[in-house]
Design a protein around this ligand. Structure first.
Ligand code: URA
Length: 484
């Protein structure tokens, strides 16, 4: 018989969470408690080793076995528990915070949501505000982990390389963020050691390990030189704001960052470099890459805007080095970010179908995006697309121009307003400019149409009408190709 992890003390229920980040466990128990009508002041939420974990020094199994009282079973006719998607999204993240009161707060809020389903919209409510603060701080911690984990290489006894990093998160984010590193470093064997637990990836499976100490992690090694030269090459003095930098990269992380040793000298030289850049025009200081391969490498390393750390990787264009047609989208989506290739998801499918119908050979075209990183927001486990800002498009424009200079297409097809802005450097209305060529400085011509994902968002007659217009725009491009 399975012993349930509840200990009823009089009318009070103590619930032992199996792990400090086990949101699924909290959610299931919280649901049952609400259905049994047990108010928040009769419940304690106890995480391993936390206050109230009387059995902390004993094995968890033993402590569970000692719990002799169970939660009452919810009545069969108990009403369903109300919890909006918005609450669940925030709660899932807030549950990773290190505040010991978080699970109580979440249960109090869930309890109140039953009589006030719109509670989460009340921005003045202290509990709602606190949950938002917790979630924000967890998001920030995750962002820091993405940005500041640095691997050192060690050689295993069998001669294989193993990359090990030490990181000190503020919150219980290690398990939740392991997937990010798994995607980014899928082919490496790596471990991330932290005082809150460790994760190990062997190229195929993820394993969790106990908390580690800094002494367990290796010291510096040649990988650091690589990071240092990479960091020096991407350091942009025009963006230097010492206070902002310290808040983005708190000194706490410096000791683990090989490039941090460069910071004082980079700051010292920054003003002179900035003046030189202003004089020369900031971007001109960078030498335009000589080949498409160099452009692609540069895109992979670029950190010029804030969304550079958003997705898994930068997605450069693909296609022949010299292509008569360049097709430009907005930015990679979820699937493009994972695959590292443009237009391979649902919008790519629509595009491919239309290109085939118009008689345009995708494999002969160079296909790319105005912005090279996937910008998104989390909704539960989903990554929802967010449109890039004009500033982000303009920042990435340097790379689009570098791609265009290398490929030298005679015709550029821009899919949507962001793509058109990426090419022209200004905003145009797609409806006003579609169906006719716009001459570009280098003698090429630009054709603008809607983005294929726009068609996916329409239904019925509107979809049919816009699909026909999209097909007509592509037919014009095909005609121009044939005439060339
Ligand atoms: N949408 C785009 O704009 N580009 C892609 O690569 C995929 C979807």
């Amino acid at each position: 018989m399975r012993v349930m992890p509840y200990a009823a003390i009089g009318a009070h229920y103590a619930i032992h969470l199996p792990a400090p980040d086990d949101f699924a466990f909290w959610r299931e128990r919280a649901r049952g408690l609400v259905q049994c009508d047990i108010p928040p002041d009769r419940v304690s939420w106890i995480e391993p080793g936390g206050i109230g974990d009387l059995f902390a020094s004993e094995g968890r199994e033993t402590s569970l076995a000692r719990s002799d009282k169970r939660l009452p079973v919810p009545p069969a006719d108990a009403p369903p528990v109300r919890a909006s998607q918005h609450f669940l999204t925030l709660a899932r993240r807030a549950a990773l915070h290190s505040d010991p009161a978080r699970f109580r707060l979440l249960y109090q809020t869930l309890w109140r949501l039953q009589s006030n389903p719109r509670l989460m919209e009340d921005k003045a409510d202290a509990q709602v505000r606190r949950i938002e603060e917790l979630a924000k701080s967890v998001r920030r911690d995750a962002h820091k982990m993405h940005a500041f984990v640095r691997f050192r290489e060690v050689t295993e006894e069998d001669g294989t390389p193993h990359f090990v990093a030490w990181f000190e998160p503020d919150h219980h984010i290690v398990r939740a963020e392991a997937a990010f590193f798994m995607r980014r470093f899928a082919n490496m064997r790596w471990s991330i050691l932290t005082p809150r637990g460790s994760v190990h990836w062997d190229g195929e499976t993820m394993r969790e390990g106990p908390p580690a100490r800094i002494e367990d992690a290796p010291g510096g090694d040649p990988v650091e030189d690589l990071w240092r030269s990479y960091y020096a090459s991407i350091f942009n003095p025009a963006r230097l704001k010492v206070s902002a930098m310290l808040s983005e990269m708190p000194k706490k992380y410096w000791k683990n960052l090989p490039e941090a040793a460069l910071i004082p000298q980079l700051i010292a030289g920054a003003q002179a470099r900035e003046a030189a850049m202003v004089k020369a025009g900031a971007r001109e200081e960078r030498v335009r890459p000589a080949s498409l391969a160099e452009v692609t490498q540069g895109i992979a390393a670029c950190r010029d805007c804030l969304i550079a750390d958003c997705g898994t990787r930068a997605v450069a264009g693909e296609g022949p080095e010299r292509a008569a047609l360049m097709i430009v989208g907005e930015q990679p989506g979820d699937q493009e970010d994972l695959a590292g290739r443009p237009f391979v998801g649902p919008a790519g499918q629509v595009l491919d179908d239309h290109l085939a119908r118009a008689g345009i050979l995708r494999s002969a075209a160079y296909v790319t995006n105005a912005v090279k990183h996937f910008k998104f927001t989390w909704k539960g486990k989903l990554r929802l697309h967010q449109s890039p800002t004009a500033k982000e498009i303009d920042t990435c424009r340097w790379w689009l121009e570098a791609e265009r200079a290398a490929v030298r297409p005679r015709i550029v097809l821009a899919l949507g307003a962001s793509a058109a802005r990426g090419i022209l450097g200004r905003t145009v209305s797609v409806n006003q400019v579609r169906g006719r060529p716009i001459p570009l400085d280098d003698g090429a011509e630009l054709w603008v149409t809607v983005h294929p994902s726009y068609l996916l968002r329409l239904d019925g007659a509107a979809r049919d009408e816009q699909t026909a217009r999209f097909a007509a725009d592509l037919a014009l491009v095909r005609e121009r190709q044939a005439a060339d």
